[in-house]
Design a protein around this ligand. Sequence first.
Ligand SMILES: *Cc1c(COP(=O)(O)O)cnc(C)c1O
Length: 440
Amino acid sequence: MNYVSTAGRAPATTFRKAVFLGLAPDGGLYIPERLPRFPAALMRDLSTTSLHAIGRELAAAFIDDIPRKDFAALFRRAWTFPIPLTHLHGNIHLLELFHGPTLAFKDIGVRFLARVLSHYLHTSHEDVTIAVATSGDTGSAVAHGFFNVQHITVYVLYPSGKISSLQEQQMATLGGNIHALEVEGTFDDCQRLVKQALADKEVAEARHLTTANSISLGRLLPQIGYYVWGMAQWQNFPRLGAADALPAFVVPSGNFGNLTAGVYAKAMGLPAGKLVAATNVNDAGAQYIRTGSFIPRAALQTHSNAMDIGNPSNLARIRSHYHDDIAAIQAEIGAVTIGDEETLDEIRATYSLTGKILDPHTAVGVAAARKRIGDEPAIVMATAHPGKFSDVIERALGIRMPLPPQLQEALERPKQSTRISAQYDAFREVLLSHPTRAMG
Ligand SMILES: *Cc1c(COP(=O)(O)O)cnc(C)c1O
């Protein structure tokens, strides 16, 4: 399987090269040259399969340069937590993607990417350095996903004073091969520093520098797996009413990576209902799906801040998949915008109906599911644990959620980050003065 660029001006390349490069040299995003079909046996035996078996089939379909026998160990290390389908209320269900170490769905893709990179580096006896800019959740998923992974050193750059102390503690207390850099600037400064370093030949060579941001194929492709796993569990799920109605997948969306994985899953032959993009007021992507016109804009801050994205990068993959045919997109994907007040209302409504507490991102999804469905069942992607957003929960419900134990532990560990200025020279100096030898 080869990978090509959405911008169409880069040579086709292998999976290995695509994940080490991140962005294609023409500035586009890597996409599979053609999508494989799921093996017929997997679809036929869906009700008796397992999450890891799905992962192994998926990995084998997309990656030809890792022996099939190695995938079992890879998934055992990457996917160490369950992804259960649960009933919420009425015909709304949740696929709970947030049981990983940082309690958000990004763990699922990041932990797969970490193991794939480590596998390649182990066979070629190389080390790499990963630099990643974060405004919160990505950094903690990357820090935890790559913690103690052999051959890899990580720099996480975050804007000083602009993320919650909980987010900071989650990425700045691990130590070992994870270096947290507190940048005296904004998230945009952090992103600029990473881009400058990647473009700096001397640094890139001395450190074997790469990144692990949300456009990485190595984070996107494994996400297809949980759509399949959602439908596998659906087959065995006790349900009311129309037993053969296929559920819609409702996806709380920011950069549209999660939704892109759903588009790919269906195109590969997964029987499922419509896909629905649920966004907060940062809805340039949702507007595009509704109208066919794409107007990126600066992001506004909302209660579901991991989705505060004004220019969703994975839209390029979706548009490329449908050859920019907006009617074809609308035939398969719906889009709903949910404001902050509606988000709080949904947290309250769900709590009073079921006693369950939704995180604000999942609440956007549930509100969107309610807004659009008639009788068709829905599976909402539950993207984060509510304990990560206790201030929003307190605002909605007037109760203070206890912190989940993983987060409590992070708060108690000493912070180990290095403060640097937003000038590129400061970051360059850190990269060139640290020893190049990675863990392991
Ligand atoms: C990143 C994130 C999203 C958005 O996912 P995309 O793939 O960028 O659309 C939604 N919810 C949570 C909790 C996230 O961390």
